[in-house]
Design a protein around this ligand. Sequence first.
Ligand SMILES: [Zn+2]
Length: 543
Amino acid sequence: MITKDSIESLKSQLDVVDVISQFLELRKAGANFKACCPFHGETTPSFVVSPAKQIYHCFGCGVGGDSINFLMEYEKLSYPETLEKLAGMYNVTLSYDDKGQKAQSVKIIEDLNKLYQRLFVNNDTCKDYIKQRGITEFSIEKFEIGYAPKSGDTINYLKNNHHNLSEAIDLGVIDTGQSGLYSRFIERITFPIYSLNAKIVGFGGRTITGHNAKYVNSPQSKVFNKSRLLYGYHLAKEHIYKKNQIIITEGYLDVIMLHQAGFNTAVATLGTALTSDHLPLIKRGEPKVILAYDGDKAGLKAAFKAATILSHSDFEGGVVIFSGGLDPADMVKEDRIEELNTMFLKPKGFIAFVIDSIISTYDTHDPQQKQKALVETNEYLKTLNPIYQDEYKRYIAQKLNVREHLVQINKVSRAQAINLSKIDIAELSILKHILEDKSRLDGVLDIIDSSMFEFHVEEFNTLIHDIGNPSLNGILLNEALQEYSHEEFEKQLLCLLDKFYNNKLTHVTYAQDMNFKEKVLLIRKIKDNIKQLKIGKLIKYNL
Ligand SMILES: [Zn+2]
């Protein structure tokens, strides 16, 4: 590992403008610099670099960080690799406190991947299978398709090349059983799986000997977490940002064939269902999400679950179902590219898909079944945000052919309704004032807490617990926010407290769960506090 001291001394040499300007054309804009963001397609620059704060932030796609984050993301390097590259650029010598163990571990999988690729070329069964599926030489190389030999051959290869076998076990490429070491991948076509920073972390393998398990994947390991990764993401990443689209399939061959046909935003889950763990990755660049799933029972069930999750998180996009036993790979092989194009252009929206799926499980000609369908769709509707509830209330009524008032939606509270659309400049300006000088935070926390923020509670909480979080850079660099003097800042805190106490007063006055005496006491206290505020005293919330 690179020592902390040498990382610090490297950091002290870095200037964010200098580093980024070696990759992008930066233009001066006031105190900052601007460029078109390299991480999402745009024609008017919303990528801002601040020399004063030594950070960058894109107001379009939300990426941001310091010099190191930039290079990591731009060159798709791991953290140590980035440090090494920067050290080279700025002539800084790094020191290490071990023998680079982490680099060693990735090297085992890299070497095995190379071995598997070499063996693939000499194996006719593999080549025949892959060719018969329609995969070209170009795709074989692009996706580094390989062949894992008999168990003993893999073990011998590792031994002969002096790889650390216990490390190989930790990485999930081999394991130990009753009769000693064995390979995880035996006589299988291999599909290497890459992490986000383009490092190989595991394999998927398809049997060519008719083994019961058609596909197996590397087990969870210290470098491989299958519920957070997507197959092909490292190859699709750039296109996902540029085209603002991601196609999610369930098969490795689907990904390869879709890329082959020019649908280069295709990725696949790694033999697992799509879960909320995948969402942070999918959200990157805010693409429109297209779920491309099989029309068989398992595929429909998986699509239903995935669409439900995505609809809860307000993702844009929809579902494309491949029926008649076909999958995307088959369609590419049959050269039905135009048809695929049309399908991807018109996916069925997630919410409509979920509602239709629920209704399709009932016979709606039968009044009792219709009633059940209504109850179940209602339940789903209630989990959505209020705007969608209202929109899809009509949709359900039409589909079930019932009157609209039978479809119930949650009453939207005022706060919720405002929250949906509004940002609050005063609250954000307070946050910015604290971010400008982090030592202000303690003093502020003596007076207010996050419950007093109406719109930006989440940001305030992040600020309290993780003030360096890059998600706050957008506030720091937002020029629309006011710059407060100390006096103005205190005035804003007074306003915040005043609004909070007055809301509290209304709340207590009409509270159902308090008796008269309790109410009177509390109201008196609140009014006392408000009086103090009126004479300009900042007092802590202490009811
Ligand atoms: Zn951007």
